[in-house]
Design a binder for this molecule. Structure first.
Ligand SMILES: C[S@@+](CC[C@H](N)C(=O)[O-])C[C@H]1O[C@@H](n2cnc3c(N)ncnc32)[C@H](O)[C@@H]1O
Length: 247
């Protein structure tokens, strides 16, 4: 996610009214470190959710107590209590169940739909689940999985493949598998009028936007600049055509 901050995220935040943002999945805090000064500059509050952040949490709490709250819990346990954030960054556990539920919680609990960014919608996790901790998920929502690597163009895992130390679904594609599949399934299920935009590269960034927001000229201009129509190739045909139409 952090690689998109300067090119894509910050320009969209600059044309968005915001007082509260939520970041799911902080890890070493590379994206958090960009968001925090931004939140301070906009007098906004940032909620950071990660059960196992890899940065100095004591220093974080001391330094940013006025502008940020760190929740060392999983997203599903925190998001329902946060009301309606203006912006949501979803970059936590990259599997269908987690992402689909995060989006459904936002749908259920938010008044206006937050400007929502989701990372890792291209290969390798667009159509394949990753499980940070499979024991935290209902067993029926985990595909067969193994600590083995991912090879482009191949469904089966291989020890020499990419991210071999992580717990990956043993097959790619099919129902309820991967981050992009979760977004598409959510868009099919929600009654809100939402559109999906894509900034490609760096494993891909999805931007899920309430269509009413597209009437705001400056916001729509920035969005059209960062969206790449060719990225529609990543999407299933029904979503590709609606993304292109919205752009
Ligand atoms: C891909 S990293 C985040 C990278 C970060 N956003 C960046 O741009 O540098 C994913 C993080 O999500 C956290 N995570 C895993 N499952 C989670 C969950 N259910 N809720 C919130 N965070 C979760 C992991 O602990 C890990 O630190």
């Amino acid at each position: 996610m952090h690689r998109f901050f300067d090119s894509t995220i910050r320009p969209l935040l600059d044309v968005t009214r915001l007082s509260t943002m939520v970041e799911v999945g902080a890890e070493q805090g590379l994206h958090t470190a960009r968001l925090l000064p931004y939140a301070v500059s906009r007098r906004a509050h940032l909620h950071v959710i990660d059960p196992e952040p890899l940065f100095a949490t004591g220093q974080f709490r001391r330094q940013y107590s006025d502008h940020a709250t760190l929740h060392q819990q999983i997203s599903h346990d925190v998001l329902p209590s946060l009301g309606t954030p203006d912006v949501a960054f979803l970059d936590g556990d990259h599997n269908w169940y987690t992402v689909y539920e995060e989006l459904r919680i936002l749908d259920r609990t938010c008044g206006a739909w937050p400007l929502t960014f989701l990372h890792d919608i291209e290969w390798p996790y667009g159509r394949r689940d990753l499980y940070y901790a499979p024991e935290r998920l209902p067993a029926e929502h985990c595909h067969p999985h193994a600590s083995s690597g991912i090879v482009p163009g191949q469904s089966e895992l291989a020890p020499e493949g990419f991210n071999a130390s992580l717990i990956n679904a043993t097959h790619e594609g099919g129902p309820r598998n991967g981050v992009l599949t979760a977004i598409e399934d959510f868009l099919d299920a929600t009654e809100r009028e939402l559109s999906l935009f894509i900034a490609p590269g760096n494993n891909g960034l999805a931007i899920v936007v309430d269509r009413k927001r597209l009437r705001k000229r400056r916001f729509a201009q920035v969005l059209r600049r960062v969206h790449d129509a060719r990225a529609g190739a990543e999407l299933s045909p029904r979503h590709a055509s609606s993304a292109l139409a919205a752009a």
